[in-house]
Ligand binder design. Structure first.
Ligand code: HEC
Length: 262
């Protein structure tokens, strides 16, 4: 009896070891190659890349509490990358350090120290180390049937927890969440859009040409340069809220009525 129990527990122990080994050595998921831009084609951030990001990514990656804090709404946001720490977490007991782009850190190195990881990758390796391109390839590999409900195993509820993998953890993420490529739950990008994003990242993701704003002026100027529609969209969705304005009028002091004296 004791021998039988010993054999059973040895078999389950070995099975666990084998499973663990198989998982650790599972082949990398096969993803389709992204379409390539011709080498002669110039790819500029403002003219070519930004319109694709604006049209397909900013709807989710545009506000303070965007998934993985990844902001594709500006070059600085993409360069900063993603973070696995959510902005809002009601189970948090201690205050978290704010991570407002352009305010709470001023360089990529400083963001890395605050826990942000690169989505652009190293450059010069054909995009293999780019989380952004891998996420797009995963989206291209697993598309959704047109005009059908999304599959049950694609969570959409607002309180679900996100993985926010680093580039190194992408293979595990792709195996566990094959339907979670980008753009999340939506139709994949067109070939020409993918070619622009992939070409830009593979060429080292060059920054826009314009000179950077002076450090002290940047936040105020950046705020005033946000188009009104975008600002309203962000205010409606998330982000640190301004405290409600004090009512200007006191009771009984409607326009034209004299305020009580004393
Ligand atoms: C419908 C909303 C939505 C859209 C549109 C969208 N994303 Fe995402 N994105 C997400 C969600 C949700 C996650 C987190 C997935 C997870 O971790 O489970 C994410 C994660 C990512 C990540 C990984 C970040 C990290 O730190 O691990 C990258 C890179 C990314 N998105 C790029 C893009 C790009 C590029 C586009 C546009 C082509 C895009 N996304 C469009 C919702 C979206």
């Amino acid at each position: 009896m004791a021998t039988a129990r010993w054999i059973a527990s040895s078999v389950s122990f070995c099975t666990l070891i084998l499973l663990g080994y198989a998982c650790a050595h599972a082949p990398a998921p096969q993803l389709p190659a992204l379409p390539e831009a011709s080498p002669a084609q110039a790819i500029r951030y403002r003219e070519d890349v930004e319109p694709v990001l604006e049209g397909r990514c900013v709807v989710c990656h545009g506000c303070y509490d965007a998934p993985c804090q990844l902001l594709t709404s500006s070059y600085d946001g993409i360069e900063r990358g993603g973070s696995a720490h959510p902005v809002y977490d009601s189970s948090r007991l201690l205050p978290a350090r704010p991570t407002r782009l352009g305010v709470d850190a001023q360089s990529v190195e400083a963001w890395r120290e605050l826990g942000f990881h690169s989505v652009l990758g190293e450059g010069g390796d054909g995009g293999r180390s780019s989380l952004l391109l891998n996420m797009l390839a995963l989206g291209r590999a697993h598309t959704f049937a047109a005009e059908q409900k999304l599959p049950e195993d694609l969570p959409l509820d607002i309180n679900r927890s996100l993985s926010c993998p680093t580039a190194d953890a992408f293979d595990d993420f792709a195996r566990a969440h094959p339907m979670s490529g980008m753009p999340y739950g939506m139709a994949p990008l067109r070939d020409d859009e993918l070619a622009l994003l992939a070409g830009w990242v593979m060429r080292g993701a060059p920054a826009p040409d314009e000179p950077p704003l002076p450090a002290r002026a940047s936040v105020r100027s950046a705020r005033s340069s946000i188009p009104a529609g975008k600002a309203a969209r962000c205010r409606g969705q998330s982000g640190p809220r301004a405290p409600p304005r004090r009512a200007r009028r006191r009771r009984g002091t409607a326009a034209g009525e004299a305020a009580p004296s004393g």
